[in-house]
Design a protein around this ligand. Structure first.
Ligand code: SDX
Length: 440
């Protein structure tokens, strides 16, 4: 990793120059990536000027170098290791994309078979993990359960906690990818008071999740292949997305040397927020609240009102100022799944399409480049699959686990890695003396 940064530093571009108030000129190299904006390497800024940069939500900050995912927000481009998301969604499958994200190349048939077998054969969790669930209320949000149970995995897998051992990193990575569907399905079963269902290794990854979600001891359950295929595609679309909030959380947690299970639990916690992965659940709640297309103008007005905290859930994105390419694939998949599953006239989908149409013609949304994002359609498909809205973000976390792990692995393998420790602009009191209580 360092070598490519050094190579970039030796680029021919002129350094950027910063003229300080003292008149001093500080110079900083420009680093060029393969695609996307160049960066100004300001690592020496504080040492050479005594000043920090100020970028609270990191809107102009590159926190790392990465080779995993590239996004062009203006063109609506998303590449995983160079492959367009549209091609991966249409031609690949989730476990193959997992291999691609982790290893950097599409697997050969032999690589794929051994990776597939390894993941499928590690889908069970330690039997005692079942006890964690009974400590939660039945009506606990499944994301609360996920944070708790995933964070506790390090208490069971002591043989894959040494982050400096490549083999232990690989074992932990595969365990997390393999066990997330089981843990997620158990969270659902617990919430509805049904017995846990063991994984069936004869089933594919997405199929097995649906089996663990919906099988019952008292009757045969056959996974609908259309649903399984649509879910596999949705998992691909949610697998990784550059340095989003939850991925940055995982990287920051991992930079302290925390074990991968704890880092992924931190990512799950961050993803839960409605501004991030929690938006898919919020979209469904919003559509239900709107209820009828005649009420759409009222909600568009609320979304535009600066004094109203209401946001149009599923719209807008920090990076995409064009259509989120994942939303386009999901929109198409939505139609297919609903038709296949017999929901030909799903009122929520009709309402979503009408909302999308009105919003995209509204000057406010056009000027601010607010387009539907990945969360706008996913919830409608999940609902058609019979998945409750409280589980939507859990599925997002299930899919994103491979992205979090791939980014965490890339950081750990970077010889230049050090603990992340941002600074601040301090605007509090200067030094002052303590006043005893009887004198206040
Ligand atoms: C995900 O980062 C990732 O990659 C995330 C993700 C991933 O795969 O990991 O893509 C997944 O999190 C998708 C986003 C899901 N969230 C939502 O759908 C929630 C609704 N969206 C907004 O909260 C918002 O658009 C964000 C949080 C997604 C983006 O926020 P930004 O980039 O900080 O944008 P902003 O708040 O600065 O908005 C710019 C302007 C503001 O108006 P002004 O202050 O300029 O007048 O647009 C407005 C905002 O008020 N705006 C919206 C809006 N989103 C932004 N107004 C109404 N409805 C919205 N949805």
């Amino acid at each position: 990793m360092t070598s490519s940064v050094n190579a970039m530093t030796q680029g021919n571009k002129d350094d950027s120059k910063l003229i300080m108030p003292t008149g001093e000129i500080a110079q900083f190299p420009i680093l060029d990536g393969t695609l996307g904006p160049s960066v100004i390497d300001i690592r020496s800024l504080y040492g050479s000027t005594g000043s920090f940069t100020y970028d609270p939500a990191f809107t102009s900050t590159a926190s790392c170098e990465s080779k995993i995912t590239f996004i062009d927000g203006d063109k609506g481009v998303l590449l995983h290791r160079g492959y367009p998301i549209e091609q991966l969604a249409e031609q690949s499958n989730f476990l193959e994309v997992c291999y691609l994200l982790l290893e950097g190349e599409l697997p050969t048939q032999e690589n794929y078979k051994s990776f597939y077998d390894n993941i499928i054969q590690h889908s069970m969790v330690h039997e005692q993990i079942r006890n964690f669930y009974s400590g939660f209320r039945r009506d606990a949000h499944p994301m609360a359960t996920m944070v708790g149970v995933v964070g506790a995995l390090s208490a069971f897998y002591h043989d894959s906690l040494d982050i400096h051992d490549p083999r232990q990193r690989e074992i932990a990575s595969h365990r997390l990818i393999a066990k997330m569907p089981t843990i997620a399905a158990m969270a659902y079963k617990y919430s509805v008071g049904q017995p846990f269902v063991y994984p069936d290794n004869a089933l594919g990854y997405a199929e097995n999740f649906l089996h663990m979600m919906f099988s019952l001891p008292c009757e045969k359950y056959k996974v609908n292949p259309v649903t399984a295929s649509a879910l596999d595609k949705i998992l691909i679309l949610h697998a990784d997305h550059e340095q989003n909030a939850s991925t940055s959380t995982v990287r920051l947690a991992g930079s302290s040397g925390a074990n991968p299970f704890a880092c992924i639990a931190a990512g799950i916690a961050c993803l839960w927020g409605p501004a991030h992965g929690g938006a898919n659940e919020a979209v469904l709640n919003m559509l239900r609240e709107i209820g009828h297309k005649d009420r759409i103008p009222e909600y568009i007005k609320k979304a535009k009102d600066k004094n109203d905290p209401f946001r149009l859930m599923g719209f807008g994105h920090r990076v995409y100022k064009n259509y989120d390419p994942r939303a386009q694939v999901l929109r198409k998949a939505c139609h297919e799944v609903l038709n296949e599953l017999g929901h030909k006239n799903e009122p929520l989908l009709d309402l979503a399409k009408e909302l999308e149409k009105i919003a995209l013609e509204d000057p406010y949304f056009v000027e601010k480049k607010l387009y539907p994002n990945v969360d706008f359609y996913s919830g409608i498909i999940f609902q058609a699959m019979g998945i409750p809205s409280s589980m939507f973000t859990v599925l997002f976390a299930l899919a994103r686990t491979v992205g979090w792990i791939a980014q965490w692995k890339e950081m750990i393998e970077d010889p230049q890695m050090k603990i992340g420790r941002p600074r601040q602009l301090y605007t509090g009191y200067g030094p002052r003396d303590f006043v005893p209580l009887n004198k206040r």
